[in-house]
Design a protein around this ligand. Structure first.
Ligand SMILES: NC(=O)c1ccc[n+]([C@@H]2O[C@H](COP(=O)([O-])OP(=O)(O)OC[C@H]3O[C@@H](n4cnc5c(N)ncnc54)[C@H](OP(=O)(O)O)[C@@H]3O)[C@@H](O)[C@H]2O)c1
Length: 353
């Protein structure tokens, strides 16, 4: 068996950082050797610096690890970044310049033309951008690869087989996003109890642009991604669920499919990470539920250990062509689990040291 790759986690004490720890502790390809956070936590044992939010206990193997400053010099080969966007730009570039592979959850670099925005089941070929990135930035070993916004992931995974089979023109999407998506402590309880907040700052813009990049084509001649020509109109809402983003979607196609053809496209979907036997890849990646009242956050968010998405309520749309509901786990599939799968895909393809 190969030696596990040594990894560090930036923003290790936050909501996403904790998910990284939980998922990486059981991962055969990686070993956590460094944890970093803000000045508030530096120098403390992780178990004291962090207010553990997840349902299972904080793994004993990390409790006594001392939280380090967020500076290159960490004892690891790659870092998973769960930093706030404000801190991510400069810090992630510094790590990449120092030779670390950076797999980031932050939005900062997602739309940079030379940075792959990656869902391994959707656009693995976009990793070819790393050559462009290294040439442009003068990095020899380090790199930055990002994963999408948590509400982009479920939507784009659901659209991918449909776009390949029928061509997508326009999409209307309304999200109902869980509280954990706002980090901790997040939205004050008196704002969200008995309520829905029809606004999430900076969220809708990501849903307009990120799926177009993800479903776009890598042009080797131009060294860039040509975005898919899809118009997306999102409305994002914060609701009082804990985990799991539910999205209501209507789609207009170039070639009009029936409901059964849409379902067949999802059920026939196979992915490269599964073929490469990446530990975090699950098959099916897209689960189709035929009950009239599924998917629901509580019953479906943990499907496939939180790495599968669930679609349901597939039916003709009175305005566009087909409408459906999609659910994905926002801190697993939509954040830490997605980044880990990005790293696994790179490792399986010989792209990590
Ligand atoms: N929550 C989600 O569902 C989700 C999904 C996708 C993407 N994301 C993205 O993932 C990132 C983390 O989100 P989160 O929800 O985990 O946030 P969070 O709970 O607020 O955690 C932030 C983490 O970053 C550390 N930090 C803050 N400022 C820092 C600085 N200047 N230098 C170094 N470390 C700093 C904090 O350390 P201390 O504890 O020491 O302060 C903490 O570990 C964000 O960019 C977010 O947009 C989140």
């Amino acid at each position: 068996m190969m030696k596990p790759i040594r990894v560090g986690i930036l923003g290790a004490t936050g909501a996403v950082g904790q998910r990284f720890i939980q998922l990486l502790v059981g991962n055969p390809w990686f070993e956590i050797t460094a944890l970093a956070a803000s000045e508030r936590s530096v120098g403390k044992p992780y178990g004291r610096a962090c207010r553990w939010l997840l349902s299972a206990d904080c793994p004993p193997s990390v409790r006594e690890m001392i939280v380090q400053p967020t500076e290159p010099g960490l004892d690891c080969e790659i870092v998973f970044s769960a930093l706030p966007s404000s801190a991510a730009r400069e810090v992630e570039e510094r790590f990449a310049a120092a030779g670390y592979g950076v797999l980031s959850n932050a939005s900062t670099h997602r739309m940079d033309p030379d940075v792959p925005l990656l869902i391994p089941e959707v656009n693995p070929e976009h990793l070819q951008l790393l050559e462009v990135q290294r040439q442009k930035r003068g990095w020899t070993k380090g790199f930055i690869v990002t994963d999408p916004n948590c509400s982009t992931v479920g939507l784009t995974l659901a659209l991918k087989p449909l776009h390949d089979a029928f061509g997508i023109r326009r999409v209307l999407v309304t999200t109902m996003q869980a509280l954990s998506g706002a980090g901790y402590p997040g939205v004050p309880s008196l704002d969200i109890l008995d309520n829905v907040i029809p606004y999430i700052p900076n969220e809708e813009d990501k849903l307009v642009h990120e799926p177009r990049k993800l479903l776009g084509t890598f042009s080797a001649a131009k060294g860039e991604i040509i975005p898919a020509e899809i118009s997306i109109s999102p409305t994002c809402n914060r609701v009082a669920t804990r985990d799991g983003h539910l999205e209501v979607v209507s789609v207009e196609f170039e070639r009009k499919p029936s409901v059964e053809e849409v379902i067949a496209a999802w059920e026939g979907f196979r992915s490269l990470p599964c073929r490469l036997e990446c530990p975090s890849a699950v098959e099916p990646t897209i689960i189709v539920r035929r009950e009239p009242d599924r998917p629901q956050p509580r019953t479906d968010r943990d499907a496939g250990q939180g790495m599968a998405i669930t679609v349901g309520r597939v039916r003709p749309c009175e305005v566009l062509d087909i409408k459906f509901v999609v659910l994905s786990h926002n801190t697993i599939r939509g954040a830490a689990g997605g980044s880990i799968l990005n790293a696994e895909l790179m490792l399986a393809q010989g792209m990590l040291p």
